[in-house]
Design a protein around this ligand. Structure first.
Ligand SMILES: [Zn+2]
Length: 282
């Protein structure tokens, strides 16, 4: 088995540490009545208020460039935070408007969300986003062609590969596959409204899951795509855990730390020889 992508010279696998800055939309989209539940809303607000400043310092300390996927609503509510993320050199990607599910929406409605939030983000950063992650990763049969039509370079929603690939029906669009196991939500998301009452995992256990995942993916020359949320991973104990993980990744030979847009641009070059279905080569 060989990876269906040729990594840049000197590297044999990639790591992408990305953040979904849902903020309050994570809670409003689950239950509109949450907008009047101030403590529930404050769970989301922790992300832009405290999580992001801690994360930006973390990224600086580790000389990492990241991607933050931001819903349009969040960008309108916290424009200074989005501007600061951009100013510090990180990519701002598209993440819906109100973190709405696309299921049941028409192509026209989906396109309006796409173009509307692109405009909101561009008003802050000066450029349209080229990376797209759907809320809850859930895309529709229309999404890929809409992204290609509107000039997106990549999406990061599907869970069917360990390597970047070009969409067969839209080869100008790269998929950077995600996975729930490398998402902090299943380990850290907790709430009462709606009922997300479940065990909060200790950082050490999550480190063990992610470290093993990283070691396995690296061994097959894959992409370790972390999907983190400032409102969850932006807590000091969890950032300490992330530091341990990044330290091990740094000490591992041939690991390429890269954000979404840089990885997508590379995957579209001839040198990458990126596959169109995400399957390993014989
Ligand atoms: Zn999200």
């Amino acid at each position: 088995m060989k990876p269906p992508i040729t990594w840049p010279s000197g590297t044999t696998s990639a790591v992408s540490i990305t953040f979904d800055l849902d903020a309050e939309t994570a809670w409003i989209s689950r239950d509109a009545a949450n907008i009047n539940r101030l403590s529930v809303m404050s769970q989301g607000a922790y992300g832009p208020k405290v999580g992001v400043p801690l994360i930006l310092d973390f990224l600086d300390r580790n000389r990492l460039t990241s991607t933050f996927f931001v819903p349009g609503w969040t960008a309108e509510r916290w424009p200074d935070v989005v501007a600061e993320i951009h100013r510090r050199g990180h990519e701002i990607g598209h993440h819906g408007y109100l973190h709405e599910a696309l299921e049941g929406k028409s192509r026209e409605e989906e396109e309006l969300i796409l173009t509307g939030s692109s405009r909101i983000l561009a008003d802050i950063t000066g450029t349209r986003p080229v990376g797209y992650r759907a809320p809850l990763y859930e895309i529709t049969p229309e999404t890929t062609s809409l992204l290609a039509k509107h000039g997106f370079l990549y999406a990061s929603n599907l869970q069917d590969s360990l390597w970047p690939y070009r969409h067969p029906e839209a080869p100008s669009l790269v998929e950077l596959p995600a996975s729930w196991i490398l998402d902090d939500g299943p380990f850290f998301a907790f709430g009462l409204r709606p009922n997300l009452y479940r065990q909060i995992f200790p950082p050490a256990q999550v480190l063990s899951v992610w470290r093993d995942e990283f070691r396995g993916i690296r061994a097959v020359g894959g992409l370790t795509m972390l999907i983190l949320h400032p409102q969850y991973t932006g807590r000091p104990s969890r950032l300490n855990m992330l530091q341990e993980l990044v330290d091990e990744m740094r000490d591992t030979e041939g690991v390429w730390f890269v954000n979404g847009v840089e990885l997508a641009r590379y995957a579209l070059t001839a040198a990458a020889n990126t596959g169109t279905d995400g399957r390993p080569r014989a």
